[in-house]
Design a protein around this ligand. Structure first.
Ligand code: GCO
Length: 480
């Protein structure tokens, strides 16, 4: 009965991102992106996989749309590669072939009654402009991004009605620190940032301004004729106090501000600013002008959330070192052991209870803004030391993923019952793909990709069949 609990217009989809699936890195006159550079450095990607290896979805997109249609999804979230459209990152050169590719993809989706949900930035910045400055720390890049978005509205706006400016704006901001500390080789001429600790906040502020510019541009010039909606996706790092003690509660609230609400409060809270607890602790936080605040506040039609796990948080004493590097500004520690490691030795935890709390939190805090779950899913089982390698047959029989997905769907149904404004659920990912620093070690696909075969053969795992059946029942119930 679970599938019948979702309203008729609920979006059931899967997601991918351009750099993770496309391959064909020079086709269409595509320019290189930051991730081409990262991958070409031996040792940077955990499995040292061949930088050319990919799903080749740029060439096999027809087959992929067939797969989507077979599973029966009503929406497909993918991203447009900025440098496939603008090889230099700027309007100085426009690839008509790149534009044609994404139009063809959208048209094919339309023929199959699948709604495109398009992410404009999913971590792959054109290398040409990254070198220029330092990623999002350079305000000029925000203007280039706004130009790119405008071009996308012009070229695809007749076919695309649901846009996402940034994927995981919070995580993108955080990783700019790592980039500065560990990746100087990528930006030898980087401007002197006084203190590396400041970088994520400067990046976050710049990205929020770019997002708002894009939103206001759409509102003014495209909304009336195209009638689409614009959202932003945040990584859904929910935080739960490790105990009832006031110290843990305080630390957990603060952690949530750092990890989650930081990039949303300026858009969705009345203050139009970063959370107060951050302003108090970080006097150097960038300040928004009144004009910027006005532009940012309310610049959102729906909120996208990627949800994979929650954190159990405890407070620490002043002389204790937090246990997690990236969270050092927050002065708190994350506690292990509360949730099941459903897919073996990975960072994923099975915490659907956290998703329910997160959905309720967003409902209360942000006035029940429409919320799209833009990603949720888990990788194939990762064996512990000494455990035997899984056979292909075992990989295809992915019971743990069915448990993971159905557990979260149950929670979404509960959230709907209690009045949360969830408009859709998206599985990460349609198929196994390039998992950033983890290379091909973590495979999140509903469909297996045989990367060793020249055809990169796709095979539906049991979870794909589960999702297919689920959506079929949902459609049947609503006579779709
Ligand atoms: C991210 C993404 C995806 C990942 C997925 C699994 O958060 O990095 O949006 O690109 O592949 O989250 O880690």
């Amino acid at each position: 009965t679970l599938p019948t609990k979702f309203p008729k217009d609920f979006k059931f989809g899967t997601a991918t991102a351009a750099y993770q699936i496309e391959g064909s890195k020079t086709l269409d006159g595509r320019g290189f992106s930051t991730w081409d550079a990262i991958r070409s450095e031996y040792g940077r990607i955990r499995d040292n996989s061949n930088p050319e290896l990919s799903c080749e979805s740029r060439l096999k997109y027809k087959e992929d749309v067939e797969l989507l249609a077979k599973i029966g999804v009503t929406s497909y979230r993918f991203s447009i590669s900025w440098s496939r459209i603008l090889p230099n990152g700027t309007l100085s050169e426009i690839s008509e072939d790149g534009i044609q590719y994404y139009r063809d993809l959208c048209l094919l989706l339309r023929d199959n009654q699948i709604e495109p949900i398009v992410t404009l930035f999913h971590f792959d910045m054109p290398l040409a402009i990254y070198d220029n400055g330092t990623s999002w720390l350079n305000k000029q890049n925000c203007d280039h991004f706004a130009d790119f978005a405008d071009l996308c509205f012009q070229k695809f706006g007749d076919l695309v009605k649901t846009w996402i400016t940034y994927n995981e704006i919070n995580m993108q901001a955080w990783s700019s620190v790592v980039k500065l500390e560990g990746e100087q080789w990528l930006c030898p001429d980087r401007p002197q940032i006084e203190n590396h600790q400041h970088a994520p906040y400067i990046a976050a502020a710049n990205m929020l301004i770019a997002h708002a510019k894009i939103y206001r541009n759409y509102e003014k010039n495209y909304k009336e004729t195209q009638n689409g909606i614009i959202g932003i996706t945040n990584g859904g790092h929910f935080c739960i106090p490790a105990s009832d003690s006031p110290e843990d509660k305080e630390a957990s609230d603060r952690a949530l501000n750092w990890l989650f609400t930081c990039t949303l409060d300026p858009i969705l809270s009345d203050s139009g600013d970063f959370p107060v607890s951050m302003r108090q602790k970080l006097p150097f936080l960038p300040k928004f002008s009144d004009e910027e605040k006005k532009m940012i506040r309310g610049s959102l039609d729906f909120l996208g959330i990627n949800y994979y796990l929650s954190h159990s948080v405890r407070g620490i004493t002043d002389d204790e070192t937090p246990n997690s590097q990236s969270e050092r500004d927050g002065s708190y520690s994350l506690v292990e052991g509360k949730w099941e490691k459903i897919c073996g030795e990975t960072w994923i935890r099975y915490a659907p209870d956290g998703l329910l709390m997160l959905l309720k939190y967003v409902k209360e805090k942000y006035n029940n803004i429409p919320l799209l779950i833009t990603e949720n899913g888990c990788p194939d089982y990762v064996r512990k030391e000494g455990e035997a390698e899984k056979t292909v047959e075992e990989i295809l029989n992915d019971k743990h993923r069915i448990k993971y997905i159905s557990g979260h769907l149950e929670v979404v149904a509960k959230a709907l019952e209690s009045g949360c404004n969830v408009i859709g659920y998206t599985v990460w990912s349609l198929m196994d793909n390039f998992e950033w620093d983890d290379g091909f070690e973590l495979r999140f696909g509903l469909c297996r990709v045989d990367f060793d075969s020249p055809e990169k053969t796709r095979t539906m795992k049991q979870s794909a069949m589960f999702y297919q059946k689920f959506i079929r029942e949902f459609k049947k119930h609503h006579h779709l």
